[in-house]
Write a protein that binds this ligand. Sequence first.
Ligand SMILES: NC(=O)c1ccc[n+]([C@@H]2O[C@H](COP(=O)([O-])OP(=O)(O)OC[C@H]3O[C@@H](n4cnc5c(N)ncnc54)[C@H](O)[C@@H]3O)[C@@H](O)[C@H]2O)c1
Ligand SMILES: O=c1ccn([C@@H]2O[C@H](COP(=O)(O)OP(=O)(O)O[C@H]3O[C@H](CO)[C@@H](O)[C@H](O)[C@H]3O)[C@@H](O)[C@H]2O)c(=O)[nH]1
Length: 459
Amino acid sequence: MIVKNICCIGAGYVGGPTMAVIAKNNPHLKITIVDINQARIDAWNDADVSKLPIYEPGLAEIVQETRGKNLFFSTDIDAAIDESEMIFISVNTPTKTYGKGKGMAADLKYIELCARNIAAVAKTDKIVVEKSTLPVRTAEAIKSILHNTGNEINFHILSNPEFLAEGTAVQDLLNPDRVLIGGESEAAIEALAKVYNSWVPEEKILRTNLWSSELSKLTANAFLAQRVSSINAISEICELTGANVNEVAKAIGMDSRIGSKFLQASIGFGGSCFQKDILNLVYIARSYNLNEVADYWEQVIIMNDHQKRRFSDRLIKTLYNTVSGKKIGMLGWAFKKDTNDTRESAAIYVADHLLNEQANLSVYDPKVSSFKIQSDLNYLNTRSEEENEASVKTESSPYEALKAAHAVAIMTEWDEFKTYDWEKIYSHMKKPAFIFDGRNILDKAAMQKIGFEYYSIGQ
Ligand SMILES: NC(=O)c1ccc[n+]([C@@H]2O[C@H](COP(=O)([O-])OP(=O)(O)OC[C@H]3O[C@@H](n4cnc5c(N)ncnc54)[C@H](O)[C@@H]3O)[C@@H](O)[C@H]2O)c1
Ligand SMILES: O=c1ccn([C@@H]2O[C@H](COP(=O)(O)OP(=O)(O)O[C@H]3O[C@H](CO)[C@@H](O)[C@H](O)[C@H]3O)[C@@H](O)[C@H]2O)c(=O)[nH]1
């Protein structure tokens, strides 16, 4: 199967960086990324690459290099489908907010719309690649739609889940641990493997059946999130016993069977994937009546919710059981450093809890706008937009955000937070000045020497 033109439906956090890296490494291929969101496409086409819709270290440079040469962004979805031999589906698959499976199952309506769109437009054989994260056996549904509504041409469906993490997307794409391709048609699998082969070594390209590939993605995220919940569970024991979670993590991480990565205790994991994908796994298990399996994985989420709640409860308790009318300076809003993504960020839930206790919040994040912070809070529907606006201020300087604050709450592990003039911050805060370090990034002894009352996770 000869592939010259590739289309990617969905110009988001996955579609944008993934296709940019494919374009960079395959100058002979024409890649068109399409989306229904005109504003997003306009931002991808902005001459000023600092205005791209997604912030990822190294991404702007690759887009600059490839855009207009072999990488294109467009809203003309039909034209891109028509001219391509290979079509990636990289649209969002959020948790359902209605009907059967509400709050658990993945909402596949955008996937189905894409399949129907491809079927309606395609006049020549197509390889359709599932790039979105999907429940196991979704390829069956896509196949059924394509074959029943298409123009009697051949569709080959592949599963090619994406494992990039935000903040390191470009590096992860350039040096992936593995590329996973699941499928039935060997020719289609090899056509996709060839695209990756231009920069990924052959031994890292893994071929499996469709269902193993789909399930491996959910499993990888469940295992990763489970590690975070596991170390967070231990952090609570540490706080009551005098053990130090950083020391425990180091000690267990040196066991090569356990490994040292993903053992950073925190305010809880966030991001658009972990919670959604585990809920999806739990839903799948329940739908097969595997209740013990479902309960096992659900506990990862229960622990994560507990960790977020525990953080704000501890802050309130330490501030003499009330934050009403007090200014709390929040450093960071993104769900992790080096991204402007705030989906499911622990900061949103901690802020909501503090607002319920009538705190005044002052937020600084190097990459997240005031508009985004307000809309994240409004989305929860806990209080009116006017109330959120009155109680939550966003500052463009961390020093301003922390001026006259009763406490600092560190929500994201941005590197710059470590380099601030903490003596200056201390001198402008209300006394006693508290730090609640939700990411264990500051030096406890140095903060205490300045005069702060310093609290971190698991110490
Ligand atoms: N964000 C990550 O780090 C990450 C990593 C690996 C896998 N994933 C998975 O990849 C998928 C995409 O995630 P994302 O973070 O890029 O989502 P996103 O919300 O950033 O982007 C999805 C895009 O698809 C567009 N879209 C939706 N329906 C469409 C349609 N019918 N036609 C054209 N465009 C349409 C939306 O407008 C949006 O711009 C999800 O399944 C997610 O679970 C995400
Ligand atoms: O030791 C750790 C590691 C991570 N986290 C938190 O866990 C969340 C997720 O972090 P990370 O996994 O680095 O970022 P994501 O972009 O959500 O990436 C995950 O989700 C993606 C979407 O499916 C997958 O592709 C990636 O492989 C998987 O790592 C963030 O809030 C982190 O702060 C911790 O608290 N402690």
